[in-house]
Design a binder for this molecule. Structure first.
Ligand code: ATP
Length: 220
C-alpha cells in the first residue's frame, strides 16, 4: 500500500493566477492527490528573470493558497539566485517523501512541449510521474506532432490511459488531465496592469489587492 500521491506545481508565478489554481485543483481531484505543493522558482533557467522580487512572488503564492487545505507552498527554490533546475528540486522532494510515495509533477501542455530542453530531463521519470493539463493554444489531440522525437518516444512509452494509475507506482508515468482550458497567463496579467486595467476575476481578490498595495507590474 502506498500513500496518496503528492502533486508538485513549479512556476515563476509572476504573478499567480486562476490558471495555476484551477490546474492544481483539477489535478488534485482527478488524481486524488494528498496535497499540491506550489514551488515558486528563484531565478528560472529557461526564461527571462521575473519582473518582481522573489519575496513578492512568494507572498502572492502564499495568499493565493491560503484557505485551501490541499494546497501548500514549498520555499525550497525561491531563495536561489543561481539556476535552479527542476530535477534538483525533485531529487530533494523525493528524499523527503521516501522511495514509495508517488510524486506527480503537474504542468501545462506548453511546459510539457518544452521538457526536452530541461536539464537532465530523462532523470525526472525516475523521480516523479508527470501530469499534463490542457492549455489553450496547445491542443493535446495534435500535440504529438509538435513534440521533438526524444520526448515523443518517452510520451509513447510512458503514457498511462488511467490517471489513477499514478497511485500504483512512485514515478515513471505520464498522464493527461483534461481540464477546462482557461486562457489566462501571467503575461496577460502583467500586460493588463501595465495598460492600467484591472486583473479582477483573473486572479483572487487578495492578489489584486497585493499588486495594488505594492504597486507591482506598473512598468515603473
Ligand atoms: P508567463 O505568462 O509569465 O510565461 P505562466 O502564466 O505560463 O507565465 P508559469 O508560472 O510559467 O505561468 O506557469 C507554471 C506552470 O503552470 C506551467 O506548467 C504552466 O504550463 C502552467 N500554467 C500556467 N497557466 C496555465 C493555464 N492557464 N492553464 C494550464 N496550465 C497553466
Amino acid at each position: 500500500m502506498t500513500t496518496a500521491p503528492i502533486g508538485i506545481l513549479g512556476g515563476t508565478f509572476d504573478p499567480i493566477h486562476f490558471g495555476h489554481l484551477r490546474l492544481a485543483q483539477e489535478a488534485a481531484d482527478a488524481l486524488r492527490l494528498a496535497e499540491v505543493r506550489f514551488v515558486p522558482s528563484g531565478t528560472p533557467p529557461h526564461r527571462a528573470a521575473p519582473s518582481v522580487s522573489a519575496a513578492d512572488r512568494l507572498a502572492m503564492v502564499q495568499l493565493a493558497v491560503a484557505g485551501n487545505p490541499l494546497f501548500r507552498v514549498d520555499e525550497c527554490e525561491i531563495g536561489k539566485t543561481d539556476l535552479g533546475y527542476t530535477v534538483d528540486t525533485l531529487t530533494l522532494l523525493r528524499e523527503e517523501a521516501g522511495g514509495q510515495q508517488p510524486l506527480v509533477l503537474l504542468m501545462g501542455a506548453d511546459a510539457f512541449l518544452d521538457l526536452a530542453t530541461w536539464s537532465r530531463w530523462h532523470q525526472l521519470f525516475e523521480l516523479t510521474h508527470i501530469a499534463v493539463a490542457y492549455r489553450p493554444g496547445f491542443p493535446v489531440d495534435t500535440w504529438q506532432s509538435r513534440m521533438p522525437q526524444p520526448l515523443a518516444a518517452e510520451y509513447q512509452t510512458r503514457l498511462m490511459q488511467q490517471p489513477l494509475a499514478v497511485h500504483l507506482a512512485p514515478a515513471g508515468g505520464i498522464v493527461v488531465v483534461p481540464i477546462p482550458a482557461l486562457d489566462i497567463s501571467a503575461t496577460l496579467l502583467r500586460e493588463t496592469i501595465r495598460r492600467g486595467a484591472s486583473v479582477r476575476y483573473l486572479t483572487p481578490d487578495s492578489i489584486c489587492q497585493y499588486i495594488q498595495d505594492h504597486k507591482l507590474y506598473t512598468g515603473d
